[in-house]
Design a protein. Sequence first.
Length: 355
Amino acid sequence: MAQSSLSYKNAGVDIDAGNDLVSAIEPAVKSTNRSGVASGLGGFGAMFDLKAAGYSDPILVAGTDGVGTKLMIASAIGTHDTIGIDLVAMCANDLVVQGAEPLFFLDYYATSKLDVAAGHTIVNGIVKGCRLAGCALIGGETAEMPGMYAPGEYDLAGFCIGAVERDEVLTGEAVRAGDVILGLASDGVHSNGFSLVRRVIEHAGAAYGDAAPFANGRTFGEVLMTPTRIYVKSCLAALKTGGIHALAHITGGGLVENVPRVLPQDLCANINSASWTPPAVFQWLAATGGIDGEEMLRTFNCGIGMVVVCAADHTNSVMRALEDAGETVIDIGRIIRRSGDAAIRIQSPADLWKN
Protein backbone atom coordinates (compact mmCIF):
# COMPACT_ATOMS: atom_id res chain seq x y z
CA MET A 1 0.00 0.00 0.00
CA ALA A 2 1.38 3.38 -1.01
CA GLN A 3 2.38 5.64 1.86
CA SER A 4 0.81 9.11 1.73
CA SER A 5 3.35 11.90 1.41
CA LEU A 6 3.99 14.21 4.33
CA SER A 7 3.45 17.94 4.18
CA TYR A 8 4.00 20.98 6.40
CA LYS A 9 0.20 21.31 6.70
CA ASN A 10 -0.39 17.79 8.02
CA ALA A 11 2.54 18.34 10.39
CA GLY A 12 0.42 21.11 11.91
CA VAL A 13 1.53 24.31 10.15
CA ASP A 14 -0.86 25.94 7.68
CA ILE A 15 0.92 28.54 5.54
CA ASP A 16 -2.35 29.45 3.84
CA ALA A 17 -3.93 30.33 7.19
CA GLY A 18 -1.00 32.64 7.90
CA ASN A 19 -1.47 34.36 4.57
CA ASP A 20 -5.20 34.67 5.24
CA LEU A 21 -4.45 36.39 8.56
CA VAL A 22 -2.09 38.89 6.90
CA SER A 23 -4.77 39.72 4.34
CA ALA A 24 -7.41 40.11 7.05
CA ILE A 25 -5.39 42.47 9.21
CA GLU A 26 -3.86 44.61 6.47
CA PRO A 27 -6.58 47.32 6.38
CA ALA A 28 -6.53 47.73 10.17
CA VAL A 29 -2.74 47.83 10.25
CA LYS A 30 -2.68 50.55 7.58
CA SER A 31 -4.94 52.66 9.79
CA THR A 32 -2.03 53.08 12.23
CA ASN A 33 0.24 54.69 9.63
CA ARG A 34 1.88 57.94 10.73
CA SER A 35 4.57 60.28 9.46
CA GLY A 36 7.82 58.38 9.05
CA VAL A 37 6.43 55.03 7.91
CA ALA A 38 8.42 54.08 4.84
CA SER A 39 7.30 50.54 4.07
CA GLY A 40 4.24 48.32 4.07
CA LEU A 41 3.47 44.82 5.30
CA GLY A 42 5.08 41.89 3.54
CA GLY A 43 8.72 42.89 3.31
CA PHE A 44 11.58 41.15 5.04
CA GLY A 45 12.03 44.23 7.22
CA ALA A 46 10.07 47.36 8.05
CA MET A 47 11.48 50.83 7.45
CA PHE A 48 10.92 54.12 9.27
CA ASP A 49 12.21 57.54 8.30
CA LEU A 50 13.10 59.62 11.39
CA LYS A 51 13.63 62.76 9.37
CA ALA A 52 10.15 62.47 7.88
CA ALA A 53 8.82 62.07 11.42
CA GLY A 54 10.24 65.50 12.26
CA TYR A 55 13.36 64.68 14.28
CA SER A 56 16.63 66.54 13.85
CA ASP A 57 18.99 65.00 16.44
CA PRO A 58 17.15 61.97 17.81
CA ILE A 59 18.07 59.32 20.34
CA LEU A 60 16.31 56.01 19.67
CA VAL A 61 14.64 54.29 22.62
CA ALA A 62 13.63 50.62 22.34
CA GLY A 63 11.52 48.38 24.53
CA THR A 64 10.09 44.87 24.48
CA ASP A 65 7.59 43.17 26.75
CA GLY A 66 4.76 40.68 26.94
CA VAL A 67 1.46 40.36 28.76
CA GLY A 68 2.38 37.56 31.18
CA THR A 69 -0.16 35.12 32.56
CA LYS A 70 -3.04 37.51 31.89
CA LEU A 71 -3.05 35.58 28.61
CA MET A 72 -4.27 32.53 30.53
CA ILE A 73 -7.37 34.41 31.65
CA ALA A 74 -7.98 35.66 28.11
CA SER A 75 -7.85 32.08 26.86
CA ALA A 76 -9.97 30.75 29.73
CA ILE A 77 -12.85 33.14 29.05
CA GLY A 78 -12.37 33.47 25.29
CA THR A 79 -11.86 37.23 25.39
CA HIS A 80 -9.12 38.30 22.98
CA ASP A 81 -10.13 41.80 21.86
CA THR A 82 -8.23 43.82 24.49
CA ILE A 83 -5.10 41.78 25.18
CA GLY A 84 -3.37 43.56 22.29
CA ILE A 85 -3.94 46.90 24.01
CA ASP A 86 -2.13 45.48 27.04
CA LEU A 87 0.76 44.44 24.82
CA VAL A 88 1.22 47.90 23.33
CA ALA A 89 0.76 49.59 26.70
CA MET A 90 3.46 47.55 28.41
CA CYS A 91 5.98 48.62 25.78
CA ALA A 92 4.90 52.15 24.87
CA ASN A 93 4.46 53.33 28.49
CA ASP A 94 8.05 52.27 29.14
CA LEU A 95 9.31 54.49 26.31
CA VAL A 96 7.51 57.67 27.30
CA VAL A 97 9.11 57.64 30.76
CA GLN A 98 12.38 58.52 29.02
CA GLY A 99 10.71 61.34 27.17
CA ALA A 100 10.40 59.34 23.97
CA GLU A 101 7.51 59.38 21.52
CA PRO A 102 6.65 55.81 20.45
CA LEU A 103 7.01 55.69 16.68
CA PHE A 104 6.47 52.12 15.57
CA PHE A 105 5.55 48.72 16.93
CA LEU A 106 6.12 45.10 15.94
CA ASP A 107 4.36 42.08 17.41
CA TYR A 108 5.14 38.40 17.81
CA TYR A 109 2.15 36.05 17.99
CA ALA A 110 2.82 32.35 18.56
CA THR A 111 0.21 29.62 18.85
CA SER A 112 -0.28 25.89 18.47
CA LYS A 113 -2.67 26.12 15.52
CA LEU A 114 -3.57 29.39 13.89
CA ASP A 115 -7.20 30.43 14.27
CA VAL A 116 -7.57 33.23 11.73
CA ALA A 117 -10.63 34.74 13.45
CA ALA A 118 -8.97 34.78 16.90
CA GLY A 119 -5.72 36.11 15.39
CA HIS A 120 -7.64 38.87 13.63
CA THR A 121 -9.28 39.86 16.94
CA ILE A 122 -5.94 39.89 18.77
CA VAL A 123 -4.24 42.01 16.11
CA ASN A 124 -7.18 44.43 16.07
CA GLY A 125 -6.48 44.96 19.78
CA ILE A 126 -2.84 45.70 18.97
CA VAL A 127 -4.02 48.16 16.31
CA LYS A 128 -6.23 49.93 18.86
CA GLY A 129 -3.32 50.10 21.29
CA CYS A 130 -1.09 51.59 18.62
CA ARG A 131 -3.68 54.26 17.86
CA LEU A 132 -3.92 55.12 21.57
CA ALA A 133 -0.12 55.37 21.74
CA GLY A 134 0.22 57.24 18.44
CA CYS A 135 2.58 54.68 16.92
CA ALA A 136 2.43 52.66 13.71
CA LEU A 137 2.16 48.89 13.55
CA ILE A 138 4.66 48.25 10.77
CA GLY A 139 5.45 44.55 11.07
CA GLY A 140 5.40 41.39 13.10
CA GLU A 141 5.63 37.62 13.08
CA THR A 142 2.99 34.92 13.37
CA ALA A 143 4.36 31.53 14.39
CA GLU A 144 2.37 28.31 14.30
CA MET A 145 4.14 25.78 16.54
CA PRO A 146 2.20 22.56 17.21
CA GLY A 147 3.68 20.68 20.13
CA MET A 148 5.16 23.83 21.66
CA TYR A 149 1.79 25.15 22.80
CA ALA A 150 -1.32 23.26 23.88
CA PRO A 151 -4.39 23.62 21.64
CA GLY A 152 -5.95 27.05 22.12
CA GLU A 153 -2.88 28.52 23.83
CA TYR A 154 -0.93 31.44 22.45
CA ASP A 155 1.76 33.89 23.47
CA LEU A 156 2.36 37.52 22.59
CA ALA A 157 5.42 39.74 22.65
CA GLY A 158 5.77 43.32 21.53
CA PHE A 159 8.64 45.50 20.37
CA CYS A 160 8.35 49.28 20.34
CA ILE A 161 10.79 51.88 19.04
CA GLY A 162 10.56 55.55 19.93
CA ALA A 163 12.65 58.67 19.62
CA VAL A 164 13.42 61.76 21.65
CA GLU A 165 15.54 64.76 20.77
CA ARG A 166 18.95 64.44 22.39
CA ASP A 167 18.50 67.44 24.68
CA GLU A 168 15.06 66.28 25.88
CA VAL A 169 15.90 62.82 27.24
CA LEU A 170 14.48 62.18 30.71
CA THR A 171 17.15 60.58 32.91
CA GLY A 172 15.99 61.53 36.41
CA GLU A 173 19.12 63.62 36.94
CA ALA A 174 16.97 66.76 37.19
CA VAL A 175 15.00 65.46 40.19
CA ARG A 176 15.47 67.66 43.27
CA ALA A 177 14.40 67.59 46.92
CA GLY A 178 11.06 69.37 47.17
CA ASP A 179 9.77 68.07 43.83
CA VAL A 180 6.13 67.00 43.83
CA ILE A 181 5.15 63.38 43.16
CA LEU A 182 1.94 62.99 41.17
CA GLY A 183 0.18 59.69 40.61
CA LEU A 184 -1.90 58.95 37.52
CA ALA A 185 -4.78 56.60 38.28
CA SER A 186 -4.67 53.12 36.79
CA ASP A 187 -7.60 51.36 35.15
CA GLY A 188 -7.21 48.26 37.32
CA VAL A 189 -4.67 45.47 37.65
CA HIS A 190 -3.21 46.25 34.20
CA SER A 191 -0.78 43.42 33.22
CA ASN A 192 1.30 42.57 36.28
CA GLY A 193 0.83 40.25 39.23
CA PHE A 194 -1.52 37.84 37.49
CA SER A 195 0.19 34.74 38.85
CA LEU A 196 -0.86 35.95 42.30
CA VAL A 197 -4.30 37.05 41.02
CA ARG A 198 -4.96 33.58 39.65
CA ARG A 199 -3.86 32.04 42.96
CA VAL A 200 -6.28 34.27 44.90
CA ILE A 201 -9.15 33.38 42.55
CA GLU A 202 -8.36 29.70 43.08
CA HIS A 203 -8.06 30.19 46.86
CA ALA A 204 -11.48 31.86 46.89
CA GLY A 205 -13.05 28.96 44.99
CA ALA A 206 -14.24 31.45 42.37
CA ALA A 207 -14.51 31.16 38.60
CA TYR A 208 -13.78 33.88 36.08
CA GLY A 209 -17.42 33.81 34.98
CA ASP A 210 -18.70 34.49 38.51
CA ALA A 211 -20.02 37.94 39.39
CA ALA A 212 -17.33 39.90 41.21
CA PRO A 213 -18.84 41.04 44.55
CA PHE A 214 -17.12 44.43 44.27
CA ALA A 215 -17.95 45.28 40.64
CA ASN A 216 -21.69 45.91 40.21
CA GLY A 217 -22.55 42.71 38.38
CA ARG A 218 -19.43 42.45 36.24
CA THR A 219 -17.66 39.11 36.30
CA PHE A 220 -14.17 38.51 37.63
CA GLY A 221 -13.04 37.87 34.08
CA GLU A 222 -14.44 41.16 32.81
CA VAL A 223 -12.80 43.12 35.62
CA LEU A 224 -9.43 41.42 35.27
CA MET A 225 -9.36 41.79 31.47
CA THR A 226 -9.67 45.59 31.71
CA PRO A 227 -6.73 46.66 29.53
CA THR A 228 -3.65 48.49 30.74
CA ARG A 229 -4.06 52.25 30.48
CA ILE A 230 -1.85 53.89 27.86
CA TYR A 231 -0.36 57.12 29.25
CA VAL A 232 1.66 58.13 26.20
CA LYS A 233 -0.31 61.04 24.76
CA SER A 234 -1.08 62.59 28.16
CA CYS A 235 2.53 62.39 29.31
CA LEU A 236 3.86 63.78 26.02
CA ALA A 237 1.44 66.70 26.39
CA ALA A 238 2.54 67.30 29.98
CA LEU A 239 6.23 67.16 29.03
CA LYS A 240 5.66 70.25 26.91
CA THR A 241 5.08 72.27 30.11
CA GLY A 242 8.80 71.94 30.85
CA GLY A 243 8.28 71.11 34.52
CA ILE A 244 8.60 67.31 34.53
CA HIS A 245 11.82 65.89 35.98
CA ALA A 246 11.02 62.15 35.84
CA LEU A 247 8.35 59.61 34.95
CA ALA A 248 7.97 56.04 36.25
CA HIS A 249 5.70 53.38 34.76
CA ILE A 250 4.31 51.32 37.65
CA THR A 251 4.50 47.72 36.47
CA GLY A 252 5.93 44.59 38.12
CA GLY A 253 7.43 45.59 41.46
CA GLY A 254 4.81 48.28 42.01
CA LEU A 255 5.63 51.67 43.44
CA VAL A 256 8.27 50.11 45.68
CA GLU A 257 10.53 48.95 42.86
CA ASN A 258 9.76 51.33 40.00
CA VAL A 259 9.87 54.81 41.50
CA PRO A 260 13.46 54.44 42.82
CA ARG A 261 14.63 53.60 39.27
CA VAL A 262 14.27 57.26 38.25
CA LEU A 263 15.78 58.90 41.36
CA PRO A 264 19.33 60.10 42.02
CA GLN A 265 21.18 58.14 44.71
CA ASP A 266 20.85 60.86 47.35
CA LEU A 267 17.07 61.30 47.11
CA CYS A 268 14.01 59.45 48.37
CA ALA A 269 10.36 59.38 47.35
CA ASN A 270 8.19 60.08 50.39
CA ILE A 271 4.69 58.83 49.51
CA ASN A 272 1.55 59.43 51.53
CA SER A 273 -0.64 56.30 51.43
CA ALA A 274 -3.66 58.30 52.63
CA SER A 275 -3.73 60.34 49.41
CA TRP A 276 -5.59 57.75 47.34
CA THR A 277 -7.91 54.76 47.73
CA PRO A 278 -6.97 51.65 45.73
CA PRO A 279 -9.70 50.41 43.36
CA ALA A 280 -12.02 47.75 44.75
CA VAL A 281 -10.31 44.90 42.88
CA PHE A 282 -7.15 45.50 44.93
CA GLN A 283 -9.14 45.70 48.16
CA TRP A 284 -10.70 42.33 47.33
CA LEU A 285 -7.37 40.71 46.42
CA ALA A 286 -5.77 41.90 49.66
CA ALA A 287 -8.64 40.78 51.87
CA THR A 288 -9.37 37.47 50.13
CA GLY A 289 -5.75 36.46 49.73
CA GLY A 290 -4.62 37.73 53.12
CA ILE A 291 -1.94 39.76 51.33
CA ASP A 292 -0.26 42.39 53.50
CA GLY A 293 0.07 46.02 52.42
CA GLU A 294 3.78 45.88 51.62
CA GLU A 295 3.35 42.79 49.45
CA MET A 296 0.46 44.44 47.59
CA LEU A 297 2.57 47.53 46.90
CA ARG A 298 5.49 45.41 45.68
CA THR A 299 3.30 43.29 43.37
CA PHE A 300 0.56 45.52 41.95
CA ASN A 301 0.11 49.12 40.83
CA CYS A 302 -2.55 49.48 43.57
CA GLY A 303 -4.33 52.23 41.65
CA ILE A 304 -1.33 54.29 40.48
CA GLY A 305 -0.25 53.35 36.96
CA MET A 306 2.23 56.15 36.26
CA VAL A 307 4.21 58.46 38.54
CA VAL A 308 5.16 61.99 37.51
CA VAL A 309 7.88 63.89 39.38
CA CYS A 310 7.73 67.62 38.69
CA ALA A 311 9.12 70.89 39.97
CA ALA A 312 6.91 72.32 42.72
CA ASP A 313 6.38 75.60 40.86
CA HIS A 314 5.16 73.72 37.76
CA THR A 315 2.69 71.48 39.60
CA ASN A 316 -0.45 73.32 38.49
CA SER A 317 0.52 73.46 34.83
CA VAL A 318 1.58 69.81 34.77
CA MET A 319 -1.62 68.70 36.50
CA ARG A 320 -3.73 70.80 34.15
CA ALA A 321 -2.06 69.30 31.06
CA LEU A 322 -2.56 65.77 32.36
CA GLU A 323 -6.17 66.34 33.36
CA ASP A 324 -6.94 68.00 30.03
CA ALA A 325 -5.62 64.83 28.39
CA GLY A 326 -8.05 62.71 30.41
CA GLU A 327 -5.97 61.58 33.39
CA THR A 328 -7.05 61.42 37.02
CA VAL A 329 -4.14 63.06 38.84
CA ILE A 330 -3.38 62.68 42.56
CA ASP A 331 -0.75 64.48 44.61
CA ILE A 332 0.83 61.52 46.41
CA GLY A 333 4.06 62.83 47.92
CA ARG A 334 7.34 64.72 47.80
CA ILE A 335 10.98 64.07 46.99
CA ILE A 336 13.14 64.35 50.10
CA ARG A 337 16.80 63.90 50.97
CA ARG A 338 17.68 60.26 51.54
CA SER A 339 18.67 59.20 55.03
CA GLY A 340 19.81 55.61 55.18
CA ASP A 341 19.30 53.13 52.37
CA ALA A 342 15.60 53.67 51.63
CA ALA A 343 14.91 55.12 48.18
CA ILE A 344 11.18 55.16 48.84
CA ARG A 345 9.10 55.58 51.97
CA ILE A 346 5.41 54.81 51.89
CA GLN A 347 3.76 56.11 55.02
CA SER A 348 1.58 53.50 56.77
CA PRO A 349 1.04 51.13 53.79
CA ALA A 350 -1.45 49.07 55.80
CA ASP A 351 -3.78 52.10 55.86
CA LEU A 352 -4.40 51.65 52.12
CA TRP A 353 -6.48 48.57 52.89
CA LYS A 354 -8.60 50.12 55.67
CA ASN A 355 -10.58 52.45 53.43
